[in-house]
Design a protein around this ligand. Structure first.
Ligand SMILES: *Cc1c(COP(=O)(O)O)cnc(C)c1O
Length: 350
């Protein structure tokens, strides 16, 4: 006899992290190249001498700072060890074995993994021809067993954005007992005037959660902190299923300091926004198809040429994120990094 692990885990695909190759530029994980905000680094240094203490389990100071930042009551906020942990907690809080989680596909690769780990059923809804979320098809996928839907906007890895009008029309038609998670990990990079603001939607609807993170625009991916703005009942359920002390002390401190530096954040997002326009325009000029993007990455739907493109970039010391024979996702870095990537894209003969 040997120990018995769940048989279904044998079929579970592992999460594929963007590779780090020494000597190469990493444009594979949608990190910001500039690093954390300087005020956050100072706060981390100051707090380092206190890490022999357990963190504040209730994450109260950060919760209060977020409540003030967004003008919501603290009981509508849940903080987690990265927003991916909160995504899993939402599945745990809403689903048991026969319940269904609907999500677009291709989208954030954690959705199928966390759904299966919790033990719920996956319902994947293909994207449109334009690499966008197919809201009609997502509505059609709802059954009496549906408990949760993930709506990723801008969508990772395609960068496409839902407009406020289409999202609200969709939400009007979702049954009130189905919880909709607006995964807005890239919200800070959005500059489309017709974009929805998930926090405002979550304030107004009883079945919507907005999920955001300090990992992307704020540059704190290594510290692991994300948050949900939710109806009070959902936020409470999220706190109930959380692992005690999973939001570490340095993450709490750094997140608060980051919230207090809106000007530093705005400046870096403006740089990403102008660089993404430049990168996309150049790629289109080179003959690539690139969907309009509102995030800090571009999507190249290269199909069967994807593995060769990935190899070519690696040979040119640029690490991108390839998804099988579907396409490659390339993070917007500094101007110099982007130039290195564009040179590789220009010399690709696949
Ligand atoms: C990066 C990302 C997240 C979460 O990241 P955390 O580091 O866990 O906060 C969530 N959703 C999407 C779509 C992402 O791309």
């Amino acid at each position: 006899m040997s120990v018995r692990t769940r048989a279904d885990l044998e079929q579970l695909p592992p999460y594929v992290a963007g590779r780090t190759v020494p000597g190469s530029i990493k444009l594979a994980s949608n990190e910001v190249s500039e690093g954390p905000l300087p005020t956050a680094v100072a706060a981390i240094n100051e707090a380092a001498g206190q890490v022999h203490r357990y963190p504040d389990m209730g994450v109260s100071a950060l919760t209060d700072a977020l409540a003030e930042h967004y003008g919501v009551a603290p009981e509508r906020i849940a903080v987690g060890c990265g927003s991916v942990a909160l995504c899993e907690q939402l599945v745990q809080a809403t689903c048991s074995a026969s319940d269904e989680v609907v999500f677009p596909w291709r989208s954030f690769e954690a959705y199928p993994i966390i759904t299966q780990v919790v033990g719920a059923q996956q319902v994947r809804v293909p994207l449109t021809e334009a690499h966008a979320l197919d809201l009609e098809a997502m509505l059609a996928a709802i059954t009496p067993a549906t408990r949760l839907m993930f709506v990723c906007t801008p969508n990772n890895p395609t960068g496409t954005l839902l407009r406020a009008a289409e999202l609200n029309a969709f939400l009007d038609r979702v049954p009130p007992e189905v919880l909709v998670v607006l995964d807005e990990a890239y919200f800070e990079f959005v500059d489309d005037p017709d974009a929805p603001d998930g926090v405002e939607i979550a304030k107004a609807r009883e079945n919507v959660v907005s999920m955001r993170t300090f990992s992307k625009a704020y540059g704190l991916a290594g510290l692991r902190v994300g948050y949900a703005i939710a109806p009070p009942k959902v936020a409470e359920a999220l706190r109930k299923v959380s692992i005690p002390f999973s939001v570490n002390a340095l993450a709490q401190t750094a997140a608060i300091a980051s919230l207090h530096s809106p000007e530093e954040l705005r400046r870096r997002c403006a740089d990403v926004i102008s660089e993404r326009a430049r990168v996309r325009a150049k790629l289109v000029e080179l003959g690539y198809r690139v969907p309009e993007t509102q995030s800090n990455f571009v999507w190249l739907p290269l199909g069967s040429r994807t593995p060769a493109f990935n190899e070519h970039c690696l040979e040119n010391k640029v690490v991108v994120r390839a998804f099988g024979e579907e396409g490659a996702r390339v993070t917007i870095g500094t101007a110099e990094e982007n130039d290195r990537f564009l040179a590789a894209a220009e010399s690709f003969r696949g």
